[in-house]
Unconditional design. Structure first.
Length: 275
């Protein structure tokens, strides 16, 4: 977790936090399914439009307090050796960021997830999720929300059902017993596959009342990106942004404490080490 460019932590409302989850496809624009084939070279080679797309993404994420990014590149040939999470943090003036590397292909690709935060984290965990094919991960951040603590889990789940079930079981072990939890990211699953017939069933996580499609961005038909919260938190506003930079639309929510906490946190918590 870094504080790039010496940016000061801005004041963030203690009543409501604004979250965004966005699979940015490493800055690649996809506008039809055939582009996965005809423009597949952009996943391994640099191209001029990637930096322009990152600037556009920076303008979008700048309006939020905590941002979960999926399919980022931490600095390789295809991204022009730019750590995309660091770049977005600098452009959108986030004082805290973290890039999680899940698939290290040396100079050709540094594939993973990213976190941008305006809140100072007091603990951060990097988890590699189980699965038949390695390369999926979750970031767990703990930070203050009013006078209590909130646990934020940012993740990207596998396409395969069997691997995804193992990953959901692992996620449940991370949040078991926690009262204020947000789980967000590209989950590659409908809600029923996450909350009804899955290891998360019965753990209390729930979505916004009105869930909308996020994929594909040019004609959204299925909801693969989600923000889930425990009952002590309330999703006050939910929106799928009309944005066509990536193949996923970003999902934005505002979250508040359902009942104000009455007791402040006590005791000490693990400090975040600079990376």
């Amino acid at each position: 977790m870094l504080n790039p460019a010496g940016l000061a932590s801005p004041d963030v409302s203690s009543d409501t936090l604004k979250f965004l989850s966005y699979n940015i496809q490493t800055g690649i624009t996809t506008r039809r399914f055939s582009h996965y084939v005809t423009k597949g070279w952009k996943h391994v080679l640099p191209h001029d439009s990637r930096r322009r797309n990152l600037r556009r993404i920076a303008r979008i994420v700048a309006d939020y307090d905590i941002v979960a990014l999926q399919e980022v590149d931490a600095g390789s040939l295809r991204s022009g050796f730019v750590n995309q999470v660091e770049y977005l943090a600098h452009e959108a003036r986030f004082p805290y960021w973290y890039a999680q590397l899940n698939r290290d292909l040396g100079p050709f690709a540094q594939h993973g997830n990213g976190l941008l935060s305006r809140l100072s984290p007091h603990a951060l965990e990097d988890h590699k999720l189980p699965g038949r094919i390695p390369g999926r991960g979750a970031i767990v951040m703990r930070c203050r929300f009013g006078v209590t603590e909130i646990v934020v889990v940012l993740l990207h789940l596998s396409l395969g059902e069997r691997s995804r079930q193992r990953q959901l079981s692992y996620v449940r072990s991370l949040i078991e017993g926690e009262r204020h939890v947000v789980v967000m990211g590209d989950m590659n699953s409908h809600l029923a596959g996450l909350l009804t017939d899955s290891p998360l069933a019965g753990c209390g996580l729930g979505p916004a009342a009105d869930v909308r499609p996020t994929y594909p961005s040019w004609r959204p038909a299925i909801a693969l990106d989600h923000v889930l919260t425990t009952p002590a938190l309330a999703i006050r506003r939910y929106e799928v942004l009309d944005c066509h930079i990536s193949d996923h639309c970003p999902i934005a929510v505002s979250i508040a404490l359902r009942e104000p906490a009455t007791r402040p946190l006590t005791g000490s918590l693990e400090a975040v080490q600079g990376a």
